[in-house]
Ligand binder design. Structure first.
Ligand SMILES: Nc1nc2c(ncn2[C@@H]2O[C@H](COP(=O)(O)OP(=O)(O)O)[C@@H](O)[C@H]2O)c(=O)[nH]1
Ligand SMILES: [Mg+2]
Length: 201
């Protein structure tokens, strides 16, 4: 898929405030600092589109981006950020839950997982919750360019898929990405294009 247009539309605090249009939506979600903003910039080819921040927990609203006047890229707040207050965490969780549970236009959620860490229970729990909500999803393992001593991307990814195999059959599609090298871009955009085609037939 060529991206000939990618622009920020607006931010919303609740599902019922989101656009009434029928364009399919692809939501991106993951733990704070997983590399979501960087990935959105990499996929769209627009460097400053989503703010990349070294301070986690900044995205507190549902952000909509118009892509190609055809679909919305939806940037959801990160989950599991410990440094915001309990009440703020609850507000965020309700906002995410409301969007995921109610949104008719939601075509697919991409769940971002850091390839540099072993499976984290919060990620597995979130994915299993998506299953309960019957939201179609795919996984993106991020930061696969990072070379740290003792870190084994393949081992982490295999362990993650193994953890999921306790609840999922078949396993969800998964992609490997790096916002530094652009790895995974063609595969992820190709997958979005395929889902879009399947919706229109
Ligand atoms: N090496 C590497 N670092 C990344 C990658 N993606 C994000 N980062 C870094 O991880 C931190 C968090 O990234 P950001 O996109 O703001 O994460 P978000 O909180 O999920 O939106 C920043 O310091 C980024 O530079 C990647 O693919 N490779
Ligand atoms: Mg961000």
């Amino acid at each position: 898929m060529e991206i000939h247009k990618a622009e920020f539309v607006s931010s919303f605090a609740a599902e019922n405030q989101c656009p009434k249009t029928s364009w399919p939506e692809f939501a991106f979600i993951g733990r704070s600092n997983v590399g979501k903003s960087s990935l959105i910039n990499m996929l769209t080819g627009r460097k400053g589109l989503a703010k990349v921040s070294a301070t986690p927990g900044k995205t507190q609203l549902i952000n909509f981006f118009n892509v190609n006047d055809q679909w919305y890229l939806v940037d959801l707040p990160g989950y599991g950020y410990a440094k915001v207050s309990k009440s703020q965490q609850r507000t965020l969780a309700n906002m995410i839950e409301g969007y995921l549970a109610k949104r008719q236009q939601l075509a697919l959620a991409f769940v971002l997982i850091d390839a540099n860490v072993p499976p984290m229970p919060i990620d597995v729990a979130f994915i299993n919750h998506l299953g309960e909500l019957q939201v179609p999803f795919a996984l993106i393992f991020t930061k696969t360019d990072r070379q740290k001593k003792g870190v084994n991307h393949t081992g982490n990814i295999t362990a993650f898929m193994e953890a999921l195999s306790q609840t999922w059959e078949p396993l969800p599609p998964h992609f490997l990405s790096s916002s530094v090298t652009g790895a995974g871009r063609a595969e992820i955009l190709g997958y979005i294009a395929r889902v879009l085609r399947s919706l229109s037939t």
